[in-house]
Design a protein around this ligand. Structure first.
Ligand SMILES: Cc1cc2nc3c(=O)[nH]c(=O)nc-3n(C[C@H](O)[C@H](O)[C@H](O)COP(=O)(O)O)c2cc1C
Length: 178
């Protein structure tokens, strides 16, 4: 099984990074991407990918990421909640997925591929991320991906206590989904 784990937090020792590293250790065949390690632009809206049915033509650190991502069986995305949405890093990354649909808007993703979407947030109330998860469900299902979301509330910037408490539960949900 080809697996991509993508951490959208800029904090390399933060809550999202803890989850990413912990899940990465579970698999022998996974790729771990920390978006803050990469230099990349958002989609430039050139439409070459759709017109010529190519992958994205921008020559940056996502050049060799998007095609293998489209061939993976499981994509795990982790983003902190920033003002009720995902981080800017994650949004720019997802905009580049525009090339993962063909000109007729059908998906280039592997048949049966799944997307497990994790939000970490400071607020205790999971409703704080409800906009993100309903938005994400629509977007990822339009890529023909089976979708599941998991919110980790009550994360602190100076402590990993909450993610440490939740990690086994998160892994159980992931196992049930996959
Ligand atoms: C710019 C910014 C905006 C944030 N906005 C929210 C928010 O709207 N709701 C919330 O619950 N937490 C918010 N937080 C807190 C983060 O979601 C929380 O600390 C998260 O666990 C950080 O993840 P990390 O440790 O992986 O970086 C915000 C943090 C930052 C830096």
């Amino acid at each position: 099984m080809n697996i991509f784990i993508v951490n959208g937090s800029p904090r390399i020792n933060g809550n999202s990074a803890f989850i990413a590293k912990s899940l990465f250790k579970n698999y022998t065949d996974a790729t771990l991407l920390n978006l803050s390690d990469l230099n990349y632009k958002g989609c430039q809206s050139c439409y070459i990918c759709r017109e010529k049915n190519t992958y994205c033509v921008i020559n940056d650190d996502l050049k060799n990421v998007l095609e293998p991502l489209s061939k993976s069986d499981l994509i795990i995305l982790i983003s902190p909640n920033y003002y009720g949405f995902i981080t800017g890093q994650m949004k720019l990354f997802l905009d580049r997925w525009y090339c993962l649909k063909k000109a007729n808007r059908t998906s280039k993703m592997k048949n049966g591929a799944k997307l497990f979407f994790i939000i970490t947030q400071g607020a205790q109330n999971r409703d704080h991320a409800s906009f993100i998860t309903s938005w994400a469900k629509k977007v990822f299902e339009s890529f023909n991906l089976k979708f599941y979301s998991y919110i980790v509330p009550g994360c602190k910037t100076n402590s990993l206590d909450m993610v440490k408490i939740k990690i086994d539960d998160l892994k159980m949900h992931l196992k049930m989904f996959v």
